[in-house]
Design a protein around this ligand. Structure first.
Ligand code: PLP
Length: 392
């Protein structure tokens, strides 16, 4: 059966070039980068070269990059690290209702330890109003954390505007850029952020490796205690192969962006959206029409369950997701779709298709052709059957 992968926001296939770059670090170049001998110096050199490459992708300097075990760790490190380091200054954090659970649950944890968190609302497109950020600031505010782009609905947030507000108020500003790094050009200085999280497996690098950009001069308490690695900011022997692989993925992403390859993905995305909306009734596009991640499509089909759509699509060879990858499997409606104002029964009928560099026009045509039949069948089986007929 033909298999089509349209779940690139959950994870991307590791690039062949990345794997080739990583392989010697499992077989020949296995020294601990903290060892003084040749084997150690060889891998130390590789880690430091990788740091320069990763920094380059986001306009940072190498010293400002801390390697982590992924995006979740980078988010936790930024949020808890700033909170612990600044608890004498204040205990208030501002974030949004649509953050990834890596941010939301880190904030929930801090609430149990004396911190107060404001979760800002978003509009119907999932956009944060920078004025709301400004209004939420108090003299106790120590951190603002707003994601660069939402992983479910793809909305790209006004980070630069919020960066200016944070700078004026002298408050640390963190952005979760896990879904944007390697997909849209990023310059940390232009965005005005003090911290930025990224994750290798979201841009064709390996799983389990990420990085936190920490602007020069920003002090945070380490999340992990142990040895003095990463200049005492993240203990533990470095994941050399993973780090080298993420750096290669960063280099390849830069090349793709220079060539404007995301335009091809945007065209496929728009073709899929138009094709589905034209052929199926009672469907809505979630997220912003233009301020949107290149590969993100998030649709709500009224009167059906997202999970049943996923299973039917899987039987036709199409891999997609409903809500975020981390919440699928649970029957709770997505917090992001509820935050943009969808009633739970509509939010339950969501389907996320996320395109990547490997997707083709044939993939899009296949999904556009196969989806109407699936939706029709599921609606016939739906307890809402009849209710939707005649609704426009
Ligand atoms: N933040 C966002 C916006 C994400 O989409 C994800 C992963 O889905 C994460 C954080 C967590 O990243 P990781 O899987 O590398 O821990």
């Amino acid at each position: 059966m033909r298999r089509i992968y349209m779940d690139n926001a959950a994870t991307t296939p590791t690039d062949v070039g990345v794997i080739e770059t990583m392989n010697p670090y499992y077989t020949l170049k296995y020294g601990n980068p903290n060892s003084v001998h040749f084997f150690g110096q060889e891998t130390r050199d590789a880690v430091e070269k990788a740091r320069i490459q990763v920094a380059h992708l986001i306009g940072a300097t190498a010293r400002e990059i801390i390697f982590t075990g992924g995006g979740t760790e980078a988010d936790n490190h930024a949020i808890k690290g700033i909170a612990w380091a600044n608890q004498k200054k204040g205990n208030h954090i501002i974030t949004t209702k649509i953050e990834h659970h890596a941010v939301l649950h880190a904030c929930n944890f801090l609430e149990k330890h004396g911190f107060r968190v404001t979760y800002l609302p978003v509009d119907k497109f999932g956009l944060i109003d920078p004025e709301d950020v400004k209004k939420a600031i108090t003299e106790k505010t120590i951190l603002i954390s707003v994601m660069h782009a939402n992983n479910e609905i793809g909305t790209v947030e006004p980070i630069k505007e919020i960066g200016k507000i944070a700078k004026e108020a002298e408050i640390y500003f963190h952005t979760d850029s896990v879904q944007t790094v390697g997909h849209i050009p990023i310059d940390v200085n232009d965005l005005g952020v003090d911290m930025l999280s990224m994750s290798g497996h979201k841009f064709y690098g390996p799983n389990g490796v990420g990085a936190l950009f920490l602007k020069k001069g920003t002090k945070i308490v380490p999340l992990i205690d142990g040895g003095g690695q990463e200049k005492n900011r993240r203990a533990g022997t470095e994941n050399v192969a993973g780090i080298v692989g993420m750096a290669k993925a960063a280099e390849l992403a830069e090349k793709r962006m220079l060539k404007g390859e995301e335009v091809k993905i945007i065209k496929l995305r728009d073709k899929l959206i138009t094709g589905v909306m034209k052929n199926i009734e009672h469907v809505r596009l979630n997220g912003h029409p233009t301020r949107r991640l290149p590969g993100n499509i998030n649709l709500c089909f009224e009167f059906i369950e997202g999970e049943s759509m996923l299973l039917s699509l899987d039987m036709k060879g199409v891999a997609a997701s409903s809500g975020s990858a981390c919440t699928s499997g649970s029957l709770e409606a997505s917090h992001v779709l509820l935050a943009i104002g969808l009633p739970p029964e509509i939010a339950h009928g969501s389907l996320r298709l996320t395109l990547g560099k490997e997707n083709t026009e044939e993939d899009v045509n296949y999904v556009v052709n196969v989806l109407p039949g699936i939706i029709k069948k599921l609606r016939e089986l739906s307890p809402f059957q009849g209710k939707w007929e005649g609704i426009n």
